[in-house]
Design a protein around this ligand. Structure first.
Ligand code: NAD
Ligand code: MG
Length: 299
C-alpha cells in the first residue's frame, strides 16, 4: 500500500490482488464485515487544498468509493455531507469520524433514494448543514447479480433504475436551485455502461443511462456555469460485490481476471478522479467520462 497517492511505483503491485474468499451479506451490506476490508485511503490520502472551502454532498458516502471520495474531499478542504441507507450507520460513522478528524464539517443524512420525498429533504439538510452546496457527487448505486434473465423481476428492474437513475435525476433537480456558476455535478457510471455483463442486465443498462443522462445534462448545465462529468469505475473491491452484486463463487478472481492490471482496484484509487472533476483544475472538462478501470478499453 502506498504511503500516499503520489508515491511513484508499479501500479500492478501498488495494492495486493485481494483474492477474497467467497462471502455473502444481505444488501446493502456492511463494509466493516468484509474480508479483507477495502482501503478508503484512511492512512494514505494526502490533501493539498484542491477543494478548499467547497461544500459537497456525496451519496453512498458511507462505504466503498463514496466513502473514499468523502475522506478525500474533506482532506482537500471541503465540508462534506454524506447520504446513505439508515442500516449503514456504523459504516457511515467510520467515514464521519475521518471527515471530522480533518477539522471540516461532516453532515450525516440517512435515507432511501427510492423514497420520492427524500431527494428534497437530503438537499435541504445538506444546504442547511453545510451553509450551501457547490459539489453534488452521486455515488450511491444498486447492483443485483441474476444469471437467468427470467429471474429478473419487474420489481428488481424497477428498484435498480429507481436508485441508480430516477433517484439521481430527482437529486439533480432538488440541488439545481442551490448551485451557482462554478458548481460541479459528478455521477458514477461503470465499465458495465459499455460492456454489459450478462448476469446483471438491469444494472448495466442503468449505468448506460447514467452515462447518457450525465452527458445530456452537461450540455444544458454548462450554460449555467455548472460542470457535469462522470467517473466510470472498473472492478473495485467494495461491499457492493459480496452483498449480491456478483456471483459469490467468482469472488476469488474478482478483478484479476477482467482487468488488464491483473487485480481489482481499491476505493482509494477512485477518489482522485472525483477530486479532479470537482476541482477547478478541470475547468474546461465537461460531459466527460473518466474511466478508472485498470486498462479495460472503452469506446
Ligand atoms: P458500496 O456498496 O460501498 O456503495 C454503494 C452505496 O449505495 C451504499 O453504501 C449505499 O449507501 C448506497 N445505496 C444503495 N441503495 C441505496 C438506496 N436505496 N438509497 C440510498 N443509498 C443507497 O459500493 P461501491 O462499489 O462503492 O459503489 C459505489 C458506486 O460505484 C455505485 O454507483 C456502483 O454502481 C459504482 N461502481 C462500482 C464498481 C465496483 O466494482 N465496486 C464498479 C463500477 C461502478
Ligand atoms: Mg454502504
Amino acid at each position: 500500500m502506498p504511503t500516499d497517492q503520489y508515491e511513484h511505483g508499479d501500479p500492478r503491485t501498488r495494492y495486493p490482488d485481494v483474492q477474497p474468499e467467497p462471502q455473502t451479506q444481505d444488501e446493502p451490506g456492511l463494509q466493516s464485515a468484509m474480508d479483507p476490508v477495502p482501503d478508503l485511503g484512511e492512512t494514505s490520502y494526502r490533501g493539498t487544498g484542491r477543494l478548499a472551502g467547497r461544500k459537497a454532498l456525496i451519496t453512498g458516502g458511507d462505504s466503498g468509493i463514496g466513502g473514499a471520495v468523502a475522506i478525500a474531499f474533506a482532506r482537500e478542504g471541503a465540508d462534506v455531507a454524506i447520504a446513505y441507507l439508515p442500516e449503514e450507520q456504523s459504516d457511515a460513522d467510520h467515514v464521519l469520524e475521518q471527515i471530522r478528524a480533518t477539522g471540516r464539517t461532516a453532515v450525516a443524512i440517512p435515507g432511501d433514494l427510492r423514497d420520492k420525498a427524500y431527494a428534497q429533504v437530503l438537499v435541504d439538510q445538506a444546504v442547511a448543514g453545510l451553509g450551501g452546496l457547490d459539489a453534488l457527487v452521486s455515488v450511491a448505486g444498486k447492483q443485483r447479480w441474476q444469471p437467468d434473465v427470467l429471474d429478473i423481476t419487474d420489481d428488481q428492474f424497477e428498484a435498480t433504475f429507481d436508485v441508480n437513475v430516477f433517484g439521481l435525476f430527482r437529486l439533480v433537480k432538488a440541488a439545481l436551485p442551490h448551485l451557482q456558476p462554478g458548481a460541479t455535478i459528478t455521477t458514477t457510471a461503470s465499465m458495465e455502461a459499455y460492456k454489459p455483463a450478462p448476469d446483471r442486465l438491469d444494472y448495466a443498462a442503468s449505468k448506460g443511462a447514467i452515462n447518457n443522462l450525465s452527458k445530456g445534462l452537461s450540455q444544458l448545465l454548462v450554460e449555467r456555469g455548472i460542470r457535469v462529468n462522470v467517473v466510470a469505475p472498473g472492478p473495485t473491491w467494495t461491499v457492493l460485490q459480496p452483498s449480491g452484486g456478483v456471483d459469490p463463487s467468482t469472488l476469488p478472481e474478482f478483478g484479476s481476471s477482467e482487468s488488464p492490471m491483473g487485480r481489482a482496484g481499491q476505493p482509494a484509487e477512485l477518489a482522485p478522479a472525483y477530486v479532479f472533476l470537482a476541482s477547478d483544475e478541470s475547468s474546461y472538462v465537461v460531459g466527460e467520462t473518466l474511466n478508472v478501470n485498470g486498462g479495460m478499453v472503452t469506446p
